[in-house]
Design a binder for this molecule. Structure first.
Ligand code: THG
Length: 268
């Protein structure tokens, strides 16, 4: 299970302030702590107006790369901003994201192809999120075909089936899980990812919902997720579910994470 650390996101108030004030130490600290907690990529979302996005992303990238060498996941739907910053990224970044939306496909797929980037593909088009897993699969099929045509291999695609909040649709987790099943069956080389915390938006006790959903999704083939790696309970859910699904030879990762104190309760 690969972790995309979610914390450097300008839609979060504290991060927005750090970006506005160019508070490098705050951002560097988030980069270091997520890396220490095992993040495989750091999501970088400036969360700012498109006119400001390239500048802010550029500062974030410099700041993060001065602190850690963890690969980045550039979270932007703006091809111009992505082009402006991609050459300053040290390690091949993931791009988050494309969708079935033609402008986004045509603007971003060529960048992913040129730089050999893994790319997250959302199961939606023209800002509309299909209600059923069958319709999401139709969008995914067309995005996979477009990606291939542009020279992005199936194995560089991270399909995001989209977890919508349960608070407005009690079947939304099921729709996401069914879509994962479909992707696994039709596109065995492709990866799956999800923005984990969406599933619980507007509900109480969110961390329980997030964790049980993560565990179920892993059983459906989820192999990466955008989440908070500093959350010890999520760490426990990931390592324990890997153990149960036979994804942890000799239980080594579980034992290592436990020794590292990533989830064990502190000694009384
Ligand atoms: N799919 C893809 N990319 C995504 C998402 C997705 N990128 C953005 C988002 N969704 C995932 N990232 C975050 C980052 C931070 C938070 C939630 C999702 C977060 N939220 C706090 C909360 O939920 O309570 C509130 C904000 C705050 O802390 O101020 O921290 O679905 N491909």
């Amino acid at each position: 299970m690969k972790i995309i650390g979610e914390k450097i996101n300008g839609t979060r108030k504290r991060v927005a302030r750090a970006i506005a004030e160019r508070d490098a130490e705050y951002i560097a600290d988030l980069a270091r702590r997520q890396t220490e907690a095992g993040a495989d990529w750091l999501d970088v979302n400036a969360g700012t107006h498109p006119s400001q996005e390239a500048d802010d992303l550029s500062w974030l990238i410099d700041t993060i790369q001065a602190a850690v060498d963890t690969p980045l996941c550039l979270d932007s739907a703006n091809p111009a901003a992505l082009r402006a910053v991609i050459t300053k990224v040290n390690k091949t970044p993931m791009i988050n994201s494309i969708s079935g939306e033609p402008e986004r496909l045509q603007g971003i797929l060529p960048i992913a192809a040129e730089y050999g980037c893994p790319v997250i593909a959302l199961a939606m088009d023209d800002k509309k999120i299909p209600e059923t897993s069958e319709k999401r699969m139709e969008v995914i099929r067309s995005v996979v075909a477009e990606a291939r045509a542009c020279g992005v291999s199936e194995s560089n695609l991270y399909i995001d089936p989209l977890a919508m909040t349960l608070s407005t649709n009690s079947k939304s987790a099921l729709v996401a899980l069914e879509t994962m099943r479909g992707v696994r069956a039709e596109f065995p080389e492709a990866h799956l990812t999800i923005g984990l915390s969406n599933i619980s938006f507007g509900l109480p006790a969110r961390s329980f919902i997030n964790r049980y959903f993560l565990s179920l999704a892993m059983a459906y083939g989820l192999d990466s997720a955008i989440l908070d790696p500093l959350d010890r309970d999520i760490q426990a859910a990931i390592r324990t579910t890997e153990l149960l699904l036979g994804q942890d030879n000799h239980c080594l990762n579980f034992i290592r994470a436990s020794r590292k104190g990533l989830f064990d309760p502190p000694a009384a």
